[in-house]
Write a protein that binds this ligand. Structure first.
Ligand code: UD1
Ligand code: CA
Length: 459
């Protein structure tokens, strides 16, 4: 089989975005438009992916250091045909070339496979679509026999051509050998003075090369992003698809229109996602877990049957099963909770491990801390992990009871079974099994009077 070379055209500026950012760097579901298109290309397992970049070149490349593609610069944007020509020297004659657009992010793998199959060998295939409003797109011209005869750009179209509702999506596949020949014959005798890739279709017809058209499975696959309204619309469509996928897998989504997935999520059956949940990066949620409203969860694993209550923010954490978290809890990177842990409201945990069955239910900060099993951390307790220069660790061993309002000045170890009385500021290691208190002695001053304002003299 002929090797497949994918060329992604991404050199345009995207004027209608009204942005300093090159268009393909705008994000959809947390990833750049170009990353979406490159991911679609990658799923086809091609010999090579070429990205034609130009406008904002350094930024486009710089934003994608890990993208495994060949970067091809188009220093002047002289049209889609000219853009493809820049990539052709690196593509062998026997290859099949698939052209994708950097601003058409939702294209589906199955549609592309159909296109490649139809464009392989001595043929050309393009994806076309019937739309209600064809304005802005190139129109597909068909002969009396119904076969594709060519493409006319809107700027060059007659009134009759403009009434055609079958549009060119821009995506096409053809043999490299043929494309090379046609591209060499492109002219700039059109209204925009550009080298139009679309002109190769009429050339193919003239050369007797079979032209076929492929329809996308879903209309949104071929929608392009030209302005911010279209970007927002594609974002919503993409999110709706994500929600549907989860619901089919047995997840309860309280409102599919109020869930945002910006990454890769793996969610077990009978998970409940309440409204306004945002899942970012790689998130795994175990069977029967529930996520309350307004939670933001990033790069985190959550065990089965754990309940995350409203307004909790979690980043780079590992949470066991049957835990109760929040409302209003915050986990920063490096948090790891065993099973049946309770972390309540206004509790912040960072770079800490919390053992089985331990609790910190109110107003607490645990930073750089190791908490053992069955520990109770009282309300308002904080680990003083930072001395202004270095971070230090706190170790709280199994079965410790820390009273309310305690300051644990790290580095410090509270040994197993210890009890610390409320209000203590603890600076030295705490012995196992006994009560430690550290507070000023309470005294009462009997004849003390509150100061009062002098009454104003009235003349
Ligand atoms: C193009 C098609 C049109 C089709 C439409 C679909 C041509 C001549 N027209 O029009 O038939 O209906 O797409 O969206 O092909 N690009 C470059 N270098 C350039 C010019 C463009 O890399 O010099 C890239 C752009 O970044 C973009 C893509 O090619 O990703 C399409 O360019 P754009 O200017 O948006 O083409 P349209 O005028 O929309
Ligand atoms: Ca366009």
């Amino acid at each position: 089989m002929a090797p497949l070379h994918v060329v992604i055209l991404a050199a345009g500026q995207g004027k209608r975005m009204k942005s300093r950012l090159p268009k393909v760097l705008h994000r959809l579901a947390g990833r750049t438009l170009l990353e979406h298109v490159a991911a679609a290309a990658r799923r086809l397992d091609p010999a090579r992916i070429h990205v034609v970049y130009g406008h904002g070149g350094a930024r486009v490349r710089g934003a994608h250091p890990a993208l495994e593609v060949s970067w091809v610069e188009q220093s002047e944007q002289r049209g889609t045909g000219h853009a493809l020509e820049q990539a052709m020297p690196a593509i062998p004659d026997e290859a099949t070339v698939l052209v994708l657009y950097g601003d058409v992010p939702l294209i589906d793998t199955a549609t592309l496979q159909d296109t490649i199959a139809a464009g392989a060998g001595d043929a050309i295939a393009l994806i076309t679509a019937e739309v209600d409003d064809p304005s802005g797109y190139g129109r597909i011209l068909r002969g009396d026999d119904g076969r594709v005869a060519g493409i006319v750009e809107e700027a060059d179209a007659s009134a009759a051509d403009r009434a055609i509702r079958e549009i060119n999506t821009g995506i096409l596949a053809a043999s490299a050998h043929r494309l090379r020949g046609w591209l060499a014959r492109l002219e700039e005798n059109n209204v925009q003075g550009e080298r139009y890739l679309t002109d190769v279709v009429a050339m193919a017809v003239g050369d007797g090369v079979p032209v076929s058209s492929v329809s996308p499975l879903a209309a949104e696959e071929v929608l392009g992003v030209n302005d911010r309204a279209q970007l927002a619309m594609l974002e919503r469509r993409y999110q709706r698809r994500q929600a549907q996928r989860l619901m089919r897998a047995g997840v309860t989504v309280m409102d599919p229109a109020r869930l945002d997935i910006r990454g890769e999520v793996e969610v077990g059956p009978d998970v409940v996602l309440d409204v306004n949940v945002i899942l970012e990066g790689r998130v795994v949620i175990g069977e029967g877990a529930s996520i309350g409203p307004n939670c933001v969860i990033r790069d985190t694993e959550i065990g089965p049957h754990t309940r995350i209550f409203a307004n909790t923010v979690i980043e780079q954490a590992h949470i066991g099963s049957d835990c109760n978290i929040g409302p209003f809890a915050r986990f920063r990177p490096g948090t790891s909770l065993a099973d049946e842990v309770h972390i309540g409201n206004f509790v912040e945990v960072k770079n800490s491990r919390v053992g089985h069955g331990s609790k910190a239910n109110h107003l607490t900060y645990l930073g750089d801390t190791e908490v053992g099993k069955h520990v109770n951390v009282g309300a308002g307790t904080i680990t003083c992990n930072y001395d202004g220069a270095e971070k230090h660790r706190t170790v709280i061993e199994d079965d410790v009871f820390v009273g309310s309002g305690v300051e644990l000045v790290a580095p410090i170890t509270v040994h197993a079974g210890a009890t610390i009385g409320a209000g203590a500021t603890v600076t030295k290691d705490v012995p196992a099994g006994v009560l430690t208190v550290s507070r000023g002695r309470q005294t009462t001053i009997e004849n003390w009077r509150r100061p009062r304002k002098k009454p104003k003299s009235s003349e």
